[in-house]
Design a protein around this ligand. Structure first.
Ligand code: ADP
Length: 529
C-alpha cells in the first residue's frame, strides 16, 4: 500500500490505541508523511511525540529523532517498543552503548526493522555514526525540543547549533520536522533559520490551558507559612513546589515535613537512587508534595498534579509556562501560585553577571518580561498568551476568569492622556529608545545615551515629570500588552509604534490602566536599572 492510501485513523488505533487525533496532530502527520519540512509548536502535553512517531512507523526507512535528554529518550523508546512486536523498532544511539549494542542497533537499521532512532546531538558529531547514517534510508529527521537551538529559548544547548550541517551530511534532501513548546517569535525565527527550513509548513496550537488558575502573590518573609497554609488547604492533593537553590529545596521540604505535610526534596545534588525514589513516591502517591529545583519535571507525566508553586520566580515566561504546565494535565483543576519580590529578579541578574554580554542582554530581556508578568494588573492568562503571540479575549475565551487579576481586579483609572504622552514621545524621538530610556526622557532624567542624542534639550523632555518612573513603566507595559506599542526584536526591545498605535493617536479612545501592586523591594529606581 502506498503512503497516500494509508488511513491514518486506522494506523493511530493500531499502534497507539487512540480513536481520535488530538488538536492539529492529523494535519501535522499528513504533512510529515508527505515528506515536507514541518514546524510544530504545541504546548507541553499537546501530543507532539505522536506527530513524528506515527509517520516514522508508516514511512519507509528510519526516522532520526534528536532529543536533548537521555532520560526522555529512554522513556520514549520504551513506549514505542510497547506498540510493536519487535524491540528493534526503536533504538537509542548514545555514548552509553557498548560496541556490541551499537552493532545491534546498526544491524536493525540496515535490515529495515528500526523505524525510530533516538540520538543526542553530540552522538551525531561522531564521524562513524554520520558515515553509517549516510548509507541507510532515512525517512525524516525530527528535532525535538527544537528551542534548544536558540539562545532566546529558556534551554539553549550549544550542541544543537551544528545540527543543520550534520543533517545535510547525512542526506541532502531529508525532510526536517522541528518541534517545540516555546512559541515566542524570536525563538521560532531562530529555529527555522538554524535548521535551514525557512519554508517549513508551520502548525501552531493554542497555548491556552483553560483549567489552570494563575496567581501571583507578593513574596514576604512569611512565604513559608503561606505555602504551608496553601498546601494544608489542599491536603491530599499532589503538588510541586519549585525553588531556585538546592539548599532552599532541602530547607523547605523539611519545614513542610515538620508541619505534618508529606513532602520530599528533589534536586540534581541528591544521589540517583534517592532521586528515583522520591520521583516514584510522587508518582505512586506516597508523598503529596515534591519540593524541587527545575531538575524535576522534564518528562514526568503525572496527570493529576493539582498545584505548582513557585517559591522563587523563574527566569523566563517560557520556564514559568513549562513548569506550571505540569499542573492539571488531566484537564482537572490546577492552581499555579508564584511568589514574587523584585529582589529575586536582582538575584537572578547577579547569576548572569559573568556570562557573555549577548547572553546577558537576552537574559535581562527575558527577566523584564517576568517582572512585567508578575507586576501586571491585566489578566495573567492574557499576558502569557500575548507573550506567545496569541490574542486572548477574557470575555469569550476558555478560562477567561481563571486568574487573580480577573477574579480580584485591581482598581483602574483612565490613562488616555498619559498614553498619548508616551506614544507622542516615542514618535518625536524617532522610535529609538527602549522602555527604560523612554521613561527617563518622560520624567526628565538624562543619561549618557539621552544626552548624546540631545533629547534632553527637546521641549517634550520631562513631559511626564509630575508622575514617577514606576507609573510610566507600568503604563508602558500595559500599552505593550494593549498592542499600541511593540518591542523590536532585532534591537533587543526598542519601542515601536504599531498600526493600532497610529490609529489611537489619530483618534484616541479610552485606555483604562490598572494600578499595579507595590512589591516590597521594588523601588522606582530598581525597576528600571
Ligand atoms: P508533548 O511532547 O507535546 O508534551 P506528549 O507527546 O508527551 O506531549 O503527549 C502528551 C500525552 O497525550 C501523552 O500521555 C500521550 O499519550 C497523549 N496523547 C497523544 N496523542 C493522543 C491522542 N491522539 N489521543 C489521546 N491521547 C494522546
Amino acid at each position: 500500500m502506498s503512503v497516500a492510501q494509508i488511513d491514518l485513523h486506522v494506523e493511530l488505533k493500531k499502534y497507539f490505541g487512540f480513536s481520535e487525533f488530538k488538536g492539529l496532530q492529523e494535519d501535522v502527520i499528513k504533512n510529515v508523511v508527505a515528506g515536507n519540512n514541518t514546524f510544530v509548536i504545541m504546548p507541553t502535553g499537546g501530543g507532539k511525540s505522536l506527530c513524528y512517531q506515527l509517520p516514522a512507523l508508516i514511512k519507509e526507512g528510519t526516522a532520526i529523532v534528536v532529543s536533548p535528554l537521555i532520560a526522555l529518550m529512554k522513556n520514549q523508546v520504551d513506549a514505542i517498543r510497547g506498540v510493536s512486536e519487535n524491540d528493534g523498532v526503536a533504538h537509542v544511539l548514545n555514548s552509553s552503548l557498548n560496541k556490541t549494542e551499537v552493532k545491534r542497533v546498526k544491524e536493525d537499521i540496515r535490515n529495515g526493522i528500526t523505524k525510530l532512532l533516538y540520538v543526542a546531538p553530540e552522538s551525531l558529531t561522531k564521524e562513524e555514526h554520520v558515515e553509517f547514517l549516510r548509507s541507510v534510508t532515512i525517512s525524516f529527521m525530527a528535532v525535538d525540543e527544537a528551542h534548544c537551538i536558540s539562545e532566546w529559548g529558556h534551554d539553549f544547548r550549544p550542541e544543537y547549533r551544528n545540527l543543520r550541517h550534520i543533517i545535510k551530511r547525512i542526506g541532502d534532501n531529508i525532510p526536517i520536522v522541528g518541534l517545540t513548546a516555546t512559541a515566542t517569535e524570536k525563538v521560532q525565527e531562530d529555529i527555522l533559520k538554524s535548521l535551514g527550513i525557512p519554508n517549513a509548513v508551520k502548525f501552531k496550537a493554542s497555548f491556552n490551558r483553560p483549567n489552570l488558575y494563575y496567581e501571583v502573590r507578593p513574596k514576604t518573609k512569611n512565604v513559608d507559612a503561606d505555602i504551608i497554609r496553601f498546601v494544608k488547604q489542599n491536603e491530599g492533593k499532589s503538588g510541586i513546589v519549585y525553588c531556585l537553590s538546592r539548599k532552599r529545596v532541602e530547607e523547605l521540604a523539611q519545614v513542610l515535613q515538620v508541619n505534618g505535610i508529606k513532602a520530599v526534596p528533589y534536586h540534581a545534588g541528591l544521589d540517583a537512587k534517592t532521586r528515583v525514589k522520591h520521583q516514584d513516591m510522587f508518582l505512586m502517591e506516597d508523598t503529596d508534595v515534591v519540593v524541587a529545583t527545575i531538575a524535576f519535571g522534564m518528562g514526568i507525566d503525572k496527570p493529576d498534579v493539582r498545584f505548582v508553586i513557585h517559591h522563587d520566580i523563574p527566569k523566563s515566561i517560557e520556564s514559568y509556562y513549562q513548569e506550571t504546565g505540569r499542573a492539571g494535565r488531566d484537564g482537572g483543576e490546577g492552581h499555579c501560585l508564584a511568589y514574587y519580590a523584585y529582589k529575586d529578579i536582582e538575584k537572578l541578574e547577579k547569576f548572569m553577571a559573568g556570562k557573555p554580554v549577548a547572553e546577558q542582554e537576552i537574559g535581562h530581556a527575558l527577566l523584564q518580561e517576568v517582572v512585567a508578568f508578575s507586576e501586571t494588573s491585566v489578566s495573567r492568562r492574557k499576558f502569557i498568551l500575548h507573550y506567545f503571540g496569541e490574542e486572548f479575549d477574557n470575555e469569550t475565551g476558555e478560562g477567561g476568569d481563571m486568574d487573580d487579576n480577573v477574579r480580584f481586579p485591581k482598581p483602574q483609572k483612565e490613562a488616555k492622556d498619559d498614553v498619548i504622552k508616551v506614544i507622542d514621545v516615542v514618535q518625536k524621538t524617532n522610535q529609538k529608545y527602549k522602555a527604560k530610556d523612554l521613561v527617563q526622557v518622560i520624567i526628565g532624567k538624562s543619561n549618557a545615551l539621552i544626552s548624546s542624542h540631545k533629547t534632553d534639550q527637546q521641549p517634550f523632555f520631562g513631559v511626564g515629570k509630575d508622575k514617577d518612573a514606576r507609573h510610566w513603566m507600568a503604563l508602558i507595559r500595559q500599552i505593550l500588552v494593549g498592542k499600541l506599542l511593540k518591542k523590536d526584536i532585532e534591537t533587543y526591545g526598542v519601542l515601536r509604534i504599531t498600526e493600532a498605535g497610529e490609529k489611537f493617536m489619530t483618534a484616541p479612545t479610552s485606555f483604562m490602566m490598572a494600578e499595579d501592586h507595590v512589591f516590597d523591594e521594588a523601588t522606582d529606581d530598581s525597576i528600571i536599572t
